[in-house]
Design a protein around this ligand. Sequence first.
Ligand SMILES: [Zn+2]
Ligand SMILES: [Zn+2]
Ligand SMILES: [Zn+2]
Ligand SMILES: [Zn+2]
Length: 200
Amino acid sequence: MPKAPKTRSPSKTVALTYLNTVLPTYAPGATGSKSNRILEPDWVDIQKALDVLGRSDATDASSSHPAPIMPPEPKIEHCVRCHREYDINSHGREARCQIPHVFGEDGQLWGPDIRRYEPECCDDGGYVLEEDAGNGDYKLKGNAKRPCITHKHTTDPEKVEYNDCNVVECSPGPDGKCELEWLKMKDMFDTPAFTCNVYC
Ligand SMILES: [Zn+2]
Ligand SMILES: [Zn+2]
Ligand SMILES: [Zn+2]
Ligand SMILES: [Zn+2]
């Protein structure tokens, strides 16, 4: 009589699914969305998953130990502050709601062939220098390199202080989904956000 194929216990499937989800985010190059170092909360969950996969099936079947707590399935929401789609169970960088400073497009002459742009969102946003004005060769100075806003993502507009500058209300398209694209902090170093081009 042929043996019935061994079935994977559900917790192993969950562990595998988790590893398949989290490990590619650390892939080198553009596909990986995280820094090369594994974030501490992720590492805790990765170890739990490896632990589950490492158990023998016999132990698994007859185990009197409770199953380890596995990270829940991803649940994606839209943040009404930064307009990023985020997993409500995410940790670390992805859980942070960050919005860069936005600068006025009318710069002041700041030296021979240098223009200086001031933040429009707040008084503490550093400034941006543009060499050979019009060439788009920007240098972010002081707080310009840091986010203007750092919060936790939210789906509740009541929790958001909108300012019509860099914190703006959702703009739903024909399908009812917000069409605004979140401003990635790391994209701002080459081309900072200006009032004329932000969220358009
Ligand atoms: Zn957010
Ligand atoms: Zn600001
Ligand atoms: Zn606030
Ligand atoms: Zn939105």
